[in-house]
Each structure stands twice: as structure tokens, then as C-alpha cells.
Ligand binder design. Sequence first.
Ligand code: CP3
Length: 340
Amino acid sequence: MGLTDSAFVRACRGCNDGPIPVWIMRQAGRYLPEYRAVREKVSFQELCRSPELITEVVKHPIARFDLDAAILFSDILTMLEPMGMQIDFPEGGPVLANPIESPADVDRLRDIDVEKELSFVLAGIREIKRALPDKPLIGFIGSPFTLASYMVQGSGSKNFARAKRFLHEYPEASQKMFDLLADIAGRYLRAQIEAGADAVQVFESWGGVLSRRDYIDWSVKPINRIFGHVGDLQAPRILFVNNVAPYLDIVKEVDCEVIGVDYLIELAEAARALPGKSVQGNLDPSVLFGPADNVRAETKRILDSLDNHNRVIFNLGHGIEPETPIESVQAMVDTVRAYR
Ligand code: CP3
């Protein structure tokens, strides 16, 4: 186990001298007709709770594009349900029925036994490894701030003003909530690796709304606490940061091997600012809605701009959009494959 010779894991470790690996954030999802067919039969939450269906949808993008890594099918918010949050996934994005509004709400959050209460996810990982034994599998969680923003806000938001306000209004309750989230997330990531995940990714999707000062306290510190739970294991640790540009010098110090870079910054510039780390990214998902020639040109431009191709994993700069043309995805993957 470990698949340490795969292009993906070698690139995470900065020593890939072969073809450049590529996978796609949200690669199992609604842009694929085979995923939509599964979703016509079951709800998103039923899908996330079935190890067999999880495995089926994880295989869809691998079967089509033979991507260099598979990613667990689940959601960052799944971890919050046994903690006591009531979550629904309607068409427009997740909604939480009982948001955190006061320190008393934080006190009601439950610590959980991840092996027991998230057993369906771990069973899914074991099932995926049986179905795709030669494919590196990425496990994942949400960062404490990204999770807390949904918990406090109750839904998605443009700037998560309520979540930011909560940090300053109730710093002690916030610290308690973030410590709990980080420790559960750390144990959960460890359990994912023990079940078979070959690498792990933390999604810091919304930390980019924080001031630099708050970024250190409420994004980086809790994330380092999570990564500390798995630092003794072999699995490379990836941190995806949406809006990383203002924080590159801070992120440089995070205890992980790879930084996932959003599309607001040049990948080469991020790579130069992160010596010793590999980078993952960062084609703008909206480029995939344009002509295939432009998809190829943009993909090649990003790759051409890099100084060191031994430590890059090609990906989008954020999740793929539901109506994305499949031909564009193929054009991107073919271009990365042919690059060297
Ligand atoms: O990448 C993958 O293929 C693995 C599966 C995965 C999902 N969500 C499945 C999903 C992963 C890694 C996530 C992470 C996630 N979930 C993030 C971090 C990544 C990011 O986008 O920044 C966030 C913020 C969430 C919370 C969440 N879950 C949102 C905002 C939504 C609705 C947005 C949307 O695309 O509809 C979800 C639901 C969700 N999670 C879907 C999928 C495939 C759509 C569910 C459906 O209707 O089938």
C-alpha cells in the first residue's frame, strides 16, 4: 500500500520525473451524465452513506479519463452531522437547520468516535481500494474555518460576515469549537489513511475572507493541528487554499507537502513563493466552457510557465462546474498527458 511509485505521490514529494499527474476537484459530479443517473435514483445524502454507491461514482471519472488520482466521494460537511449539526443539501447548496449562534450552542457540540459514527465513509474507502487497487486515493476534510463558516452562517455566503463576527465576539467559544473541529478532523483523516487513503487534502475554501492576522490564528494554526495528527504517516498532505495570493508567505510555513492553488494567481508565482513544497492547480474552471483550442493553450501556458515540473500536480483552480463540456475536460487531460 501507499502507491509511493505513482506519478501523483512522487509529484507530491517533489520527485516526479515522468509524465505530469492530473486530477480534477469535484471530478465525480453533475457534469457527468453517469453521476446524474445515480442522483436520479438517490439523494446526495443517501449516496454519501452507501459504500457501494460511493465506489461507483468514484470510478466514473477514472473510467472516462484515467486520471492519476481518485478522490473519496463524500462532503466536508458530513463530519458535522454526528457532532449534532442538522444538514440538508438542496439544489442551491447546503443548509444547516441549527446554526451556532452563541457559546451555549458550542457547548452542545458532540465529540465523536470517527470509526463508529463515520464508519460508512471508511467502509467506502476500503471498497474503493478493492475496486481501484492501483489508483492513489485522496481522502479529505474541510478546514475548521471553512466548516465553522457553514456552522455559524447556516449556509453558504459571499463573505461569511457572521462567522467572522463570531470569532471576535466569542473568542473563547470559538477556540473551543476550533479545537474540537481540528481534533475530530485530525482523527478522521488518520482513520481515512488507515482505511486506505494514499494522500489527504484539507479544503480551506473560505479562509480567504480573513485578515492576515486572523488567517494565522483561525486558518493556519488549526490546520497545523490537524496535519499534526497524521504527520507520522506516509500519506502526503495537501492544503487547498482558495484565494491564497495574500497569504503565500504564511502558507509557506504550514506543515504539509503540497499547496493547492486557486486560479486568481499565476501557478508559477505561487510555486516560486513556496520553495520546498509541491503545487497543485490551477486552470480556471470557466476556461472549460470555451473552445478546446483555448483549453489546450491555457493548460500549456500554465505548464510552460513553471520552472520545476517534478513538483506539480495539474488540476483546476476550484471545483469543476456542473454543466462543463466533457470534451473540454478531455482536451485538458490530453494536453497534460502529452506535455512530457
Ligand atoms: O471532489 C470530489 O469529487 C469529491 C467530493 C466532494 C464533494 N464536496 C461532493 C459534493 C468534495 C471534495 C466536496 C468538498 C466541499 N463541499 C467543499 C470544499 C471544496 C470547494 O468547493 O471549495 C465545500 C465548500 C463543500 C460544501 C458543499 N457541498 C457545497 C457548497 C455544495 C453545493 C455546491 C454544489 O456544487 O452544488 C455541496 C454539495 C455537493 N458536494 C455536491 C457534490 C457532488 C453536489 C450534490 C448533488 O446535488 O449531487
